[in-house]
Design a protein around this ligand. Structure first.
Ligand SMILES: NC(=O)c1ccc[n+]([C@@H]2O[C@H](COP(=O)([O-])OP(=O)(O)OC[C@H]3O[C@@H](n4cnc5c(N)ncnc54)[C@H](OP(=O)(O)O)[C@@H]3O)[C@@H](O)[C@H]2O)c1
Length: 346
């Protein structure tokens, strides 16, 4: 198979290129080459999709399959389709669970209502995207792929949390690094919060298989619904230091202390307010029936931790609490020597 990956230099798209090369396919990655290198055996076609006409260089090429991970950039998707759609058999678009309008209801399927499509073609960087614009641009991009390629040649996947090695957003890996450091680790006191993740290697493997088998349709690319408390407990048991103690903090106390949910700076990653629990509790069965094979949580935890060790456990992270922030939150809430508990902590 001749595969074009629009991306291929970071996380998911790089893993897709890696898997496809490993399976013996001829892989071209079109990217600037700034986020990283392409995997060994793949060819980098250096281009900047922000430059008008950048993808025209592909006009003479034929591919069996294309995978696009464009984010916040309907214009990129339209440009690529205009140049390639007639000479490609199968098109994968990596969308997001944020395509859905309802973030609160668990058990949703691909029949659930979507965000309003955002038809503005201007590219916005991830850091400048509101969640509405992110989701709406994904919806508009999905529609463009289905309209141009037709339903039988389009494969659209909507992941929630992508976990495993190489995650630049640091949400899943934060916990492994934090538990390895030991001592008192703040965790959200929301043990029954649903959580869903898909390991980057399992998602990539499924996408490459979909390209090979011309699998079409739209799927929520999610693993089974787990409970956050059990996920954090298992991770702490697998990689935690001997003196690690999990200190649960109620959502109210965390909010008061300026700790953010989900991800980004000063956060407890993966923790979500109740009105967002639907985002991490979609129905995984259609994707599982279509061949998605999520590995064990233990495998993902161990691999994410090995990746954290390789990148440096003390490095600055895109998500989580720094050691100083965690100490500050702990100190302002731990019981005072007078015996009074001023924390409000559960
Ligand atoms: N991470 C998650 O938990 C999560 C959750 C839900 C959905 N998703 C979706 O999953 C996908 C993840 O993709 P990914 O892991 O490959 O990461 P990504 O950061 O979305 O990939 C970006 C790729 O696009 C390339 N790129 C960026 N700017 C470019 C430009 N101006 N011109 C050409 N290429 C450019 C980058 O290469 P260069 O910088 O080298 O050009 C890189 O290879 C995205 O669609 C994301 O929305 C992710």
């Amino acid at each position: 198979m001749r595969l074009l990956v629009l991306g291929g230099t970071s996380f998911l798209s790089r893993q897709i290129a890696h898997d496809a090369v490993t399976r013996g396919h001829d892989v071209v990655c079109a990217a600037r080459g700034r986020s990283g290198s392409v995997p060994e055996g793949a060819r980098l076609l250096a281009l900047d999709r922000d430059e008008p006409g950048a993808v025209d260089v592909l006009a003479g090429e034929r591919f069996d399959a294309v995978v696009d991970v464009a984010t916040g950039a309907l214009g990129w998707v339209l440009d690529a389709l205009a140049v390639l759609a007639d000479r490609v058999e199968h098109w994968t678009f990596v969308s997001s669970i944020n395509a859905y309008a309802d973030t609160g209801t668990p058990g949703q399927t691909t029949k659930a209502p979507l965000c309003e499509p955002v038809l503005d073609t201007q590219h916005l960087a991830l850091s400048d995207l509101t969640v509405e614009r992110y989701g709406g641009t994904k919806v508009a991009s999905e529609n463009a792929v289905r309209e141009r390629m037709g339903p039988d040649r389009s494969f659209v996947v909507r992941p929630g949390i992508i976990s495993g090695p190489g995650d630049e957003m640091d949400r899943f890996g934060y916990w492994t690094a934090r538990f390895a450091r030991g001592g008192q680790a703040i965790v959200p006191d929301t043990p029954h919060q649903p959580i869903q993740h898909i390991d980057v290697r399992d998602l990539a493997a499924w996408i490459v298989t979909a390209c090979e088998q011309r699998l079409a349709g739209t799927y929520d690319a999610v693993g089974p619904v787990l409970e956050l408390g059990a996920v954090l407990r298992e991770a702490s048991e697998l990689v935690g230091a001997a003196d690690l103690r999990l200190v649960p903090f109620s959502p109210e106390v965390l909010v008061e202390a300026g700790v953010n949910p989900w991800g980004g700076p000063r956060s407890l990653p993966l923790w979500l307010p109740a009105d967002k629990h639907g985002l991490v509790a979609h129905d995984p069965r259609p994707a599982l029936a279509a061949g998605l094979r999520p590995r064990s949580l233990a495998d993902t935890v161990r691999s994410a931790f090995a990746d954290e060790q390789a990148r440096g456990l003390d490095r600055p992270r895109a998500a989580g609490l720094t050691p100083a922030e965690e100490r500050e939150v702990l100190h302002r809430t731990v019981p005072e020597p007078d015996g009074g508990d001023h924390s409000g902590r559960n």
